[in-house]
Design a protein around this ligand. Structure first.
Ligand SMILES: Cc1cc2nc3c(=O)[nH]c(=O)nc-3n(C[C@H](O)[C@H](O)[C@H](O)COP(=O)(O)O)c2cc1C
Length: 341
């Protein structure tokens, strides 16, 4: 299935399953919990290429490349090739990482208004210049994460420019920028991109379970897949998909009861930022996602929004366990429907 990834991926089992970058969601603690639950590679939340030169220490700390020997890509956004090259040199000298990823997918108004993110889908030559500059700046492999296009599909043509410039892997989120997050990711756009280039392509968009992962793999020819929102409140999706795609049964995750996953996630967040109120602001939304599908989730959601310490999380978990017990749920086997409201 697919073509070879950059050399760091050769030892990993294929298809490679990535944690998608999600600003405000996939911070160090969440990526780490995903790695522990079966993800093989992850991409950082996007960081400004220009900002790295002026606030290097803070940004390098935020990127948080402490994932041991797990492959980790650092994603940058911007529009000036020189900014990317400077940032890549800083990263190369300061962080252990497996490659630099260029953001050509962010649809946010404040990002595209500066010609960053998915705005580069309208300027493929500029994307190519950025990739060339990155390839020249450090020995790190360079990849690009892009959309299917701006207002219509042009990912295959853009991909050819990026491949010629030296990109060694491309991830396609199969929606155009104008679609933002509406509609469905186009597997056809991803398949056309796979046919257009010879570097490995990673498919992204709407992968939430075995069926959607299989569709992506079988209908496009991608060499790997990337899961974003499907991992929210559901980080065990990585080990489940890996086993299910091989036709293996999913063994019990006894150690990984829902409570244990949450405890470990919170422990990692506290390890990273301390047991401070600000540590728990980003945790609150994760708790709400973890509670999806649990009977009485509305009360759990209200309480999750007030969590400000590890002790508050314990009290919240006691309520979760009581709700699960009352509903006759098997606490040892967290199977939550990521699509449940
Ligand atoms: C809250 C949020 C933040 C995101 N931040 C980034 C980002 O920093 N860089 C990036 O390339 N994509 C970002 N994305 C896009 C995702 O990586 C992914 O392409 C998109 O969510 C589609 O995949 P999914 O259906 O598996 O979620 C973000 C998406 C969401 C929902």
């Amino acid at each position: 299935m697919g073509r070879p990834f950059p050399s760091w991926a050769a030892a990993l089992s294929q298809p490679l399953i990535f944690v998608a970058p999600m600003d405000g969601v996939t911070d160090w603690a969440f990526r780490e919990i995903c790695y522990r639950l079966g993800a093989e590679a992850a991409v950082s939340e996007f960081a400004p290429a220009a900002g790295l030169s002026v606030a290097a220490h803070k940004l390098l700390r935020t990127i948080g490349a402490r994932h041991g020997d797990k492959p980790f890509l650092v994603q940058l956004y911007g529009k000036y090739a020189a900014d990317f090259a400077r940032a890549a040199r800083l990263i190369y000298n300061a962080l252990p990482c497996a490659g630099i990823d260029v953001n050509m997918g962010c649809p946010a108004d404040q990002v595209v208004s500066h010609s960053h993110g998915s705005a580069l889908m309208r300027e493929p030559e500029l994307g190519g210049e950025i990739v060339s500059a990155l390839c020249a700046a450090t020995p790190l492999p360079v990849s690009v994460k892009m959309r299917a296009g701006w207002d219509s599909v042009n990912a295959p043509e853009v991909a050819q420019v990026l491949e010629a410039a030296g990109a060694s892997m491309l991830t396609i989120h199969g929606r155009t920028r104008m679609q933002r997050f509406t509609g469905l990711a186009s597997l056809e756009a991803i398949a056309a991109t796979c046919r257009a280039v010879s570097v490995p392509v990673v498919g992204n968009g709407d992968i939430r379970d075995l069926e959607s992962a299989r569709h992506m793999l079988q209908e496009t020819g991608v060499a790997g897949i990337m899961v974003g929102r499907g991992a929210e409140g559901n980080p065990w999706i990585f080990s489940e998909l890996r086993r299910q795609l091989k036709g293996e049964p999913v063994p019990g995750l006894e150690r990984w009861t829902l409570s244990n996953v949450v405890r470990e996630h919170v422990r990692l967040a506290v390890e990273d930022r301390g047991d401070e109120r600000h540590t728990f602001l980003p945790i609150r939304k994760h708790l709400i996602w973890y509670a999806r599908g649990i009977p009485g989730k509305d009360a759990l959601r209200v309480k999750a929004q007030q969590v400000s310490s590890a002790a508050d999380v314990e009290a919240w978990l006691a309520d979760v366990e009581a709700a699960m017990q009352a509903a006759g749920w098997d606490a040892a086997r967290p199977r939550l429907d990521p699509m449940a409201a």
